[in-house]
Design a protein around this ligand. Structure first.
Ligand SMILES: Cc1ncc(COP(=O)(O)O)c(C=O)c1O
Length: 367
């Protein structure tokens, strides 16, 4: 069986480097914040091309800290509307609601997975203060269109880049450096995955960076002084060390991922399977390779019989979840249809060529 994802084989290559980091960590005695966190933040800011990076406890907290940071700075206020994609993981929406803001769900353009900028424009009201875009599955949104839109309506442009480490637009804008602030997740299955929970905020705003550092550390600008009702949302120092190891090798990992994605795009030829859009530049880092099929249950059973694992991202859209009861009656037909059709097939750097060929053959044999 080729599993949908193999977390062990993805990390095996780094076992020695991790062991060394663990021993340095023990020697350092710095378990909370400190040099390892600062070093990773510096490296990740340089990687994204932003002035600042603040490591956080996870991706959801990175998003939440961005919104709380802007509220503390007086740039956002409770009750402001935030445009969010309807087709996304629930974390995107939770961050908005938990920060006391109002999510306004925007459909994707039919045929692609990213938020439709024209729909976003149509739903913009005087109460709209921010647009939270998601580079879903690793594919950048239409960068220039959203930058123009945000500028025209004086909106904050915030990126949920949890799935898009290193994606870069034709004009050279990198995920996390496209809008006013970006949120990343380093959940273990992400393109750059920690060995536990971890995340980061990227921004060019010194004011936001400073505010987030205070908020994530109990609202404390200095020890035992608490200016705001803060959180404990710090990046773990041991995870920071592991992440520096992973970041250092990410270019190789990404090349392998893109090579596999290219094979899928070029070699899967089956009229029953709609392949994802595959841009010719590096604006898609293929965190997930998501196909669409009419008979999903049958398709997934066929893959299973042929020893190919698969998963659904995601089975129920956020606005149909019990947790978001206030939004259950919304009708968002493109999103709802996608949630019936999408299937993710295995794509990770430790897949070998024979496995990739097996997956291609299985998809081509589906009828
Ligand atoms: C699009 C998206 N946003 C946010 C998150 C939240 O990240 P985390 O699980 O690190 O909190 C995730 C990952 O799970 C995600 O896929």
């Amino acid at each position: 069986m080729i599993p949908f994802f193999n977390i062990k084989s993805e990390n095996d290559a780094y076992a020695k480097a991790y062991a060394k980091e663990l021993s340095l960590f023990l020697e350092s005695g710095q378990y909370i914040l400190g040099d390892a966190v600062t070093t990773f933040e510096r490296e990740f800011a340089a990687f994204c091309g932003t002035d600042f990076c603040v490591g956080t406890s996870n991706g959801l907290d990175a998003l939440r800290l961005i919104f709380e940071g802007y509220k503390s700075l007086g740039i956002l206020a409770e009750g402001d509307e935030v445009l969010v994609p309807a087709h996304t993981y629930i974390a995107t929406v939770l961050a908005v609601i938990q920060a006391g803001l109002i999510p306004v769900f925007v459909e994707p353009k039919d045929g692609s997975f990213g938020m439709d900028v024209n729909e976003a424009q149509r739903l913009t009201t005087p109460k709209t203060k921010a647009c939270l875009v998601v580079h879903l599955y690793g594919e950048l949104i239409d960068v220039e269109a959203f930058q123009d839109f945000a500028q025209q309506y004086n909106l904050l442009l915030i990126e949920d880049a949890a799935q898009a480490h290193g994606a870069v637009s034709k004009k050279g804008f990198k995920a996390g450096a496209i809008g006013d602030a970006g949120a990343f997740s380093f959940y273990p299955t992400k393109n750059i995955g920690a060995l536990g929970d971890a995340g980061a905020v990227t921004t060019n705003s010194n004011a936001l960076e400073k505010q987030i550092r205070i908020l994530q550390n109990y609202g404390s600008p200095k020890k035992y002084t608490h200016d705001t009702l803060g959180f404990n949302m710090r990046l773990d120092a041991l995870q920071a060390r592991f992440l520096s190891v992973k970041l250092n090798d990410y270019q190789n990992v990404l090349e392998r991922r893109l090579a596999i994605a290219s094979r899928y795009t070029n070699e899967i030829k089956n009229v029953k399977i709609t392949l994802p859009i595959h841009p010719q530049d590096k604006s898609h880092v293929f965190h997930l390779f998501v196909v669409r099929v009419a008979n999903r249950t049958g398709f997934m059973a066929f893959l299973e019989t042929n020893n190919v694992g698969s998963l659904i991202h995601y089975t129920t859209p956020p606005h149909k979840q019990k947790a978001l009861q206030d939004y259950n009656s919304l009708s968002l037909p493109v999103t709802e249809r996608y949630h019936e059709e999408v299937v993710s097939i295995p794509l990770y750097s430790s897949l070998n060529d024979a496995e990739v060929q097996h997956i291609i053959d299985a998809l081509n044999a589906y009828s």
